[in-house]
Design a protein around this ligand. Structure first.
Ligand SMILES: NC(=O)c1ccc[n+]([C@@H]2O[C@H](COP(=O)([O-])OP(=O)(O)OC[C@H]3O[C@@H](n4cnc5c(N)ncnc54)[C@H](O)[C@@H]3O)[C@@H](O)[C@H]2O)c1
Length: 297
């Protein structure tokens, strides 16, 4: 039996999950890769084979909304590799979309079954194995920017991801006494197949709402997942880390849109509001030599 750390990754056959498998392998982990898409799972195995690491990954076709399948995938880690250290509940779909008045109940339920039930089941069986083993461990859930705001995804997906983020906090509190840490990552806009045709607009998105001047890619998120899965984050639990190139930090960018931020108009100075003292524009950035005093802004 191996003494390497062992992870189960769901949604492992594409995008963020696929990159997480690679980064875990590079860091020396063994991995059970779980995904509902067998075709992409086979491709993952052949790529891992080509990298000469066939004995360190097992693919298990798993639908994360199915309790028996999740239990089997997680139990596969100790069966095949002798232990379990981390479960990464990452599988996801965009789910139901359209005006709320038109949403079908079965599409709403499908969204929650994959996004939220999948995380619940992954946590349930991870905690069983880890508690029994008694050596602690980690659970990392993939949330979303959509789970912390109203405008970043369809209604069902947003609600389901909000549930994932708070389920993470609740289970972190419950499981801390067994040294099981539970955290989530919330990606912003990451170029993966889940964006569908929306991926075409990612560069415009970057210009309009994302401060960091680089396209979000799976490796940006995978490295944070690996940090939360491993010992470097040993005092972090119940946390949600946004991996969004500063989108959340920027907020609604009202200043840029309605001109309320003088910096956007190239001005430098100090606003003293309704104190009765003067607000001052020291200079314009485009004409640094010009000094203007502006009263009463
Ligand atoms: N890409 C983004 O911009 C973005 C933003 C926020 C959150 N996320 C989240 O990141 C996670 C990974 O998504 P991604 O961007 O890599 O997309 P992706 O489509 O590339 O990968 C998602 C994987 O989940 C698998 N999956 C879907 N339903 C499943 C099920 N029932 N059981 C098992 N596997 C299932 C798919 O087969 C696929 O391999 C998801 O939870 C997604 O909601 C992505």
């Amino acid at each position: 039996m191996s003494e390497r750390s062992v992870a189960v990754v769901t949604g492992a056959a594409s995008g963020i999950g696929r990159e997480t498998v690679d980064q875990l392998l590079t860091e020396g982990w063994n991995v059970v890769a779980a995904d509902v898409n067998s075709h992409n799972g086979e491709r993952l195995l052949s790529e891992v084979d080509a990298a000469c690491l066939p004995d360190r990954v097992e693919f298990v076709r798993t639908d994360v909304s199915d309790e028996a399948q999740v239990e089997a995938a997680i139990n596969r880690a100790p069966e095949r590799f002798g232990r379990l250290d981390s479960v990464i509940n990452n599988a996801g779909v965009g789910g139901a979309f359209g005006p709320v008045t038109e949403l079908e109940v079965e599409d709403w339920d499908y969204t929650f079954a994959v996004v939220t039930r999948g995380v619940f089941l992954g946590t349930k069986y991870a905690a069983r194995v880890l508690k029994e083993a008694g050596h602690g461990g980690t659970i990392v859930n993939t949330g979303s920017l959509a789970g912390i705001s109203g405008g970043a995804g369809p209604q069902a997906y947003s609600a389901a991801k909000a549930a994932v983020i708070n389920f993470t906090r609740a289970t972190a509190v419950e499981l801390a006494q067994w040294r099981i840490r539970v955290n989530s990552v919330s990606p912003g806009f990451i170029l993966t197949p889940i964006l569908g045709s929306g991926g075409r607009h990612i560069e415009r998105l970057q210009e309009d709402i994302q401060p960091w001047p680089e396209t979000g890619r799976p490796h940006h998120v995978a490295s944070v997942i690996c940090f939360l899965a491993g010992p470097a984050s040993s005092f972090v639990t119940g946390e949600s880390i946004n991996v969004d190139g500063g989108v959340t930090a920027a907020g609604p960018r009202v200043g840029d849109t309605v001109g309320g931020d003088p910096a956007a108009r190239g001005l430098v100075g100090v606003a003293r509001g309704s104190t009765g003292h003067e607000s001052v524009v020291h200079r314009r950035i485009d004409r640094p030599d010009s000094a203007v005093v502006q009263r009463g802004t």
